[in-house]
Design a protein around this ligand. Structure first.
Ligand code: BV8
Length: 237
């Protein structure tokens, strides 16, 4: 098999880089209500609380210990050495795939290091704290800047490009995702319904969609992903 590969990643791939997952026992949703910080309604109700939530997570990306881990690096190596296209579709909003060297990458839930003007739609790189007093550099409006992140009830990004890749891939790999959030959790079914690709789940434990995969491999991403990539490259694709 040497065809195109689509890789869906979730919070589990960044866990061993020191970033929290969402639904593990000590995860993000155990500390703050999803409805308060990851919905447009929550932002309208209390923008300061939402900005504080994302400002803390954006600042954490700069922490000395938060670096790409061997799983991120293995995927970047696969992209460099694989004879066909490798596309990473990440649900993560961190920048660890980029920092590991991955280039062919879609952040379907947006990016922590970007902000968007809710008034004119302009997006900009944003590395510091974001708040209600910030002004849009494009339209000049104050108070309309929001994290460039897809909240619940909002349409994920680049869905057409993602579904085109799912239709044509020969291998679909899901890494470090609980299979809880749609439409990402439905990607494996989309691939299975077309019937051409082999589907693999690499996770710490079975996800909600585990039974839908042809192959499942369990263990921490920093061990399972480099081992799987090595086997894939050794088979020459
Ligand atoms: C939408 C924001 C429609 C950024 C996030 C059916 C169809 C379509 C929609 C829905 C549907 N049913 C329900 C919905 C609505 C909703 C949804 O899915 N709700 C859930 C709660 C049921 N979906 C939406 O609202 C989506 N939008 O559908 O729009 C639409 C149509 C027309 C017009 C307009 C709109 C939007 C979803 C995006 C929401 N934003 N995040 C942020 O704050 O980060 S979602 C959030 O969950 C994150 O993005 C995260 O990436 C994502 C998924 O979580 P995971 O990454 O899987 O993380 P989790 O903690 O759950 O799991 C971690 C896994 O890692 C675990 O399995 C664990 O075992 C494993 N792990 C842990 N350690 C390790 C490890 N693995 C390996 N190694 C380790 N060391």
């Amino acid at each position: 098999m040497q065809g195109p590969i689509v890789i869906l990643t979730g919070a589990g791939i960044s866990k061993e880089s020191g970033l929290d997952t969402f639904r593990c026992v000590d995860g993000i949703w155990a500390k703050v209500r999803l409805e308060d910080v990851a919905t447009p309604e929550g932002f309208d109700r209390d923008p300061d609380q939402v900005h504080a939530f994302y400002n803390d997570r954006r600042a954490q990306l700069g922490d000395p210990g938060v670096e790409p881990n061997p799983a991120h690096h293995a995927l970047a190596e696969l992209e460099r050495r694989w004879p066909a296209e490798v596309l990473i579709v990440t649900q993560n909003i961190d920048d660890l795939h980029e920092r590991a060297g991955s280039r062919n990458l879609i952040h379907m839930h947006g990016e922590l290091l970007k902000a968007r003007c809710a008034s004119c739609g302009q997006t900009v790189e944003w590395h510091g704290a974001l708040g209600v007093t910030d002004r849009c550099a494009s339209c000049g409006r104050v108070g309309a800047m929001r994290p460039d992140i897809v909240w619940f009830g909002e349409m994920p990004l680049e869905m057409e490009r993602i579904y085109r890749a799912l239709e044509t891939c020969a291998l679909f790999i899901a890494i470090g995702t609980s299979g809880h959030v749609y439409p990402a959790a439905g990607f494996v079914q989309s691939v299975q319904s077309i019937g051409k690709a082999h589907t693999v789940e690499l996770n710490l434990e079975p996800s909600e969609g585990a039974s839908r995969f042809d192959e499942t491999i369990y263990g921490p991403a920093t061990a399972a992903v480099p081992a799987y990539v090595s086997r894939l490259l050794a088979r020459g694709g």
